[in-house]
Design a protein around this ligand. Structure first.
Ligand code: ATP
Ligand code: MN
Length: 298
């Protein structure tokens, strides 16, 4: 059996895919080749959704969660029973599949909060913090720290990443104990609690009008089938930000959620996933936190 696969050829490598930065398809593919050892641990074993941009960042974007067939070499088509009523879900476990995805114009990779081997039991919660109109970066930093403190008080370890866009993502690694409804319900209770205790800063309801001058803490990333951009994914936005794992101590000095981009990420690769080193050993059950918040599943 041959274990070494040839990297897929990148065609039209010279094509500029982001006018703002001048980044080409070949440069994005080279980024994914260089970051493969860092991103694959976040992708492997989980259903993935691809954001493909055949005409680049300014063109139409295609969000793809399922496929009956895929031209992407090495991509896995999962058993359709995992997501009944749909074509197979996709999974990227190898550099070959990652670069194959780049060859077929994938810019972003989004993952589920569960692995495909235990798709009924999420192994993390994700809180997506989105700034409403009028919210500046310093208020985002403060808000993320408040989320960190609340989770801490609930006994839940949490890990931070930039979204590569406007906001921040806070990830709580879970023991696979509860199903989607319980985890989503509890993540909602956490966000409702935030919005009740710090209403001048947080809102739990979506919609741009509710968000003016506030930060929307989105718990909806925690439902079955919901996805969030993976750490180390590039973003299909002008400037091509990258979602980067961060230590909480780094947040005060960070200047934006799009601080790192495909163009300047090289210097961060040596730090890599170390800010999240404790994630696996931090997996936590939710029962104690549920009790503390007065939210017990039925
Ligand atoms: P920001 O920090 O700027 O808010 P983000 O990554 O938090 O960036 P979005 O890029 O707006 O937020 O993604 C919104 C959510 O919707 C993500 O969970 C993503 O997986 C999902 N998503 C993105 N595009 C589509 C689409 N076309 N159809 C369905 N879901 C999508
Ligand atoms: Mn967001």
């Amino acid at each position: 059996m041959s274990t070494r696969k040839k990297a897929p050829r990148i065609t039209h490598a010279e094509r500029v895919i982001d006018a703002a930065s001048g980044i080409t398809k070949g440069e994005l593919a080279a980024y994914y080749a260089s970051v493969a050892p860092l991103i694959l641990p976040h992708l492997a074993g989980r259903p993935v959704a691809l954001v493909r941009a055949p005409d680049g960042v300014g063109g139409e974007l295609f969000f793809q969660k399922h496929a009956q067939h895929s031209e992407i070499a090495g991509i896995k088509l999962l058993d359709p029973v995992l997501d009944p009523g749909h074509d197979p879900l996709l999974q990227i476990d190898t550099a070959e599949a990652l670069l194959g995805a780049a060859q077929f114009n994938t810019i972003e990779l989004h993952t589920w909060n569960a692995t495909s081997r235990a798709i009924g039991k999420p192994d993390r919660m994700t809180f997506d913090l989105d700034p409403g109109e009028g919210i500046d970066w310093q208020q985002m930093q403060e808000a993320a720290l408040l989320v960190h403190v609340l989770l801490d008080e609930l006994g839940l370890p949490s890990f931070l990443k930039t979204s590569g866009g406007k906001g921040l993502h806070v990830v709580v690694p879970l023991r696979r104990q509860f199903g989607w409804d319980e985890v989503r319900g509890f993540s909602r209770a956490i966000v409702d609690h935030l919005a009740r205790t710090v209403p001048e800063r947080f809102v739990a309801k979506s919609g741009p009008r509710n968000r003016v001058g506030r930060i929307f803490a989105d718990y909806l990333r925690n439902g079955f089938g919901a996805t969030t951009v993976s750490a180390w994914s590039a973003r299909a936005r002008p400037g091509m930000g990258v979602s980067v794992p961060l230590a909480w101590e780094e947040l005060p000095d960070l200047d934006s959620a799009a601080h790192w981009t495909v163009a300047n990420i090289a210097g961060r690769l040596a730090i890599g996933n170390t800010p999240w080193d404790a994630m696996e050993r931090s997996r936590t059950g939710l029962r104690a936190a549920m009790e503390r918040l007065g939210h017990l599943p039925a």
